[in-house]
Design a protein around this ligand. Structure first.
Ligand SMILES: [Zn+2]
Length: 185
């Protein structure tokens, strides 16, 4: 994925999130977006620990299932990832894209480009730059009020910031740290 593709995906996501006038955590918009796009969406109680999510098209019917047993931040990332396969028009294999744990494993060198794109979509969707900046400013304000004049370590500040952002955006710390590197550069 080169910078042009990243830019395209960012712009696409920004367009989708124009409806977020109340600056809600974007994960809360998912159900409405699924309805608007005519996607049947369901969290399924799957025993298979490897299974994360699937995007399927059967005739005119589009379906997204995710494993209900994933822990919340992981599940949220998977839901937005599957939505990414839909919006990015990714190529299906026998009518579906099945995403198991290996599809999300960033250390997996054989990971298809489509999986990387869907991850990038998910990251942009769940943690949009403008809203990230807004929440970071809010945090900065409240934090400096709280600690008054006590000097604090930068690391401590960053940990508290990540915690604050993860709680708002409902994502994992790992996903947040990756996103912060992109947003801050
Ligand atoms: Zn996938």
């Amino acid at each position: 994925m080169d910078w042009r593709r990243r830019k395209q995906i960012t712009n696409l996501v920004d367009g989708i999130l124009e409806c977020n006038v109340l600056n809600q955590p974007p994960i809360l918009l998912i159900k409405d977006i699924m309805i608007r796009r005519g996607i049947i969406f369901e969290e399924r109680d799957e025993d298979d620990e490897e299974f994360c999510g699937i995007y399927m098209v059967m005739g005119n019917t589009k379906i997204i299932f995710v494993n209900a047993n994933l822990y919340e931040p992981r599940k949220n990332f998977t839901i937005a990832h599957e939505l990414g396969h839909h919006f990015l028009g990714h190529v299906l294999s026998e009518g579906a894209i099945v995403c198991d744990k290996s599809a999300f494993d960033t250390k997996n060198k054989k990971r298809p480009e489509q999986e990387k794109e869907a991850d990038y979509f998910s990251s942009c969707f769940l943690m949009p730059k403008n809203l990230m900046n807004k929440k970071m400013k809010e945090f900065e304000g409240s934090y400096s009020e709280q600690i008054c004049m006590i000097p604090i370590e930068k690391e401590e500040y960053n940990d508290a910031l990540v915690e604050y952002l993860c709680t708002f955006f409902q994502v994992s710390k790992e996903a947040m740290r990756i996103r912060l590197e992109i947003v801050n550069c």
